[in-house]
Design a protein around this ligand. Structure first.
Ligand code: CA
Length: 243
């Protein structure tokens, strides 16, 4: 147990998927706490969210679904990494889960290798961000927003103080560290989400949209985070002018 890769809360009501995931995640060195319905999982998180390094959360669950869990747990545990399993191929559901505070998602049916890659990524990133954000107490500016890693918060362009997740903080920090440089979605996945995957870039787009809501004044003509078509995103400290 001393060389555990981390403790996961697995929330999955389908026995065959739950068993397969538990077996393979434990083979990878994780400790796995498997809950079979939403309410039991929610109770475990309310009792002590800090004992988990990450949550793997199915969306369609008995008693309390994954969306409801996200909406209720995120305000209580903004630092907990959450990977959503979505049986739905509907884009709007993935976006909704990310908006509610999920860090990433995998669509069922998924390849086991892909899921394990994501699980390692989300736990590594959580551990990395805990260490890094703890030692990086210094606030930094991105656009018109002021980010404070020490308090997990941002003072937005609209002067609203909000709690944000480590994923959002790391993405903001990555842009702040690279003004004027085009960052590809692939590069952002590797830096912020700690994995590289050929196809899943929608997650990056949803998170960039979140960051823009912090950095840009409402109704601003140009975003500080520019979309560079076909390439990725670029932080331009003086939007509207060439960076
Ligand atoms: Ca289910």
């Amino acid at each position: 147990m001393s060389d555990s890769k981390g403790r996961l809360l697995l929330v999955e009501d389908e026995p065959s998927i739950g068993e397969t995931l538990q077996f393979n995640l434990e083979s990878e060195g994780f400790e796995v706490d498997w809950k079979r319905d939403g309410l039991t999982a929610f109770d475990a998180l309310v009792a002590d969210a800090n004992r988990y390094d990450a949550v793997i959360l199915d969306l369609m669950l008995p008693h309390l679904n994954g969306f409801e869990i996200l909406a209720r747990i995120r305000p209580l545990a903004e630092r907990l990494p959450i990977l959503v399993l979505s049986a739905r191929s509907l884009d709007s559901d993935k976006v909704k889960a990310l908006e509610l505070g999920a860090d990433d998602y995998v669509t069922k049916p998924f390849s086991l290798n892909e899921l394990l890659l994501r699980a390692h990524g989300i736990v590594r990133r959580g551990q990395w961000s805990r260490e890094n954000l703890r030692t990086t107490q210094d606030s930094f500016t991105l656009g018109d927003a002021e980010f404070s890693p020490g308090s997990h918060s941002v003072m937005t362009a609209g002067n609203e103080k909000l709690k944000i997740t480590p994923t959002e903080m790391l993405l903001a920090k990555t842009f702040a560290n690279n003004p004027g440089r085009v960052l590809s979605r692939q590069e952002l996945l590797e830096t912020v989400w700690q994995y590289s995957s050929g196809t899943e870039t929608r997650t990056v787009d949803v998170f960039v949209a979140k960051i823009r809501r912090y950095t840009d004044a409402q109704g601003a003509a140009n975003s500080f985070i520019e979309t560079v078509r076909g390439l990725g995103y670029l932080y331009n400290p003086t939007p509207g002018k060439a960076s």
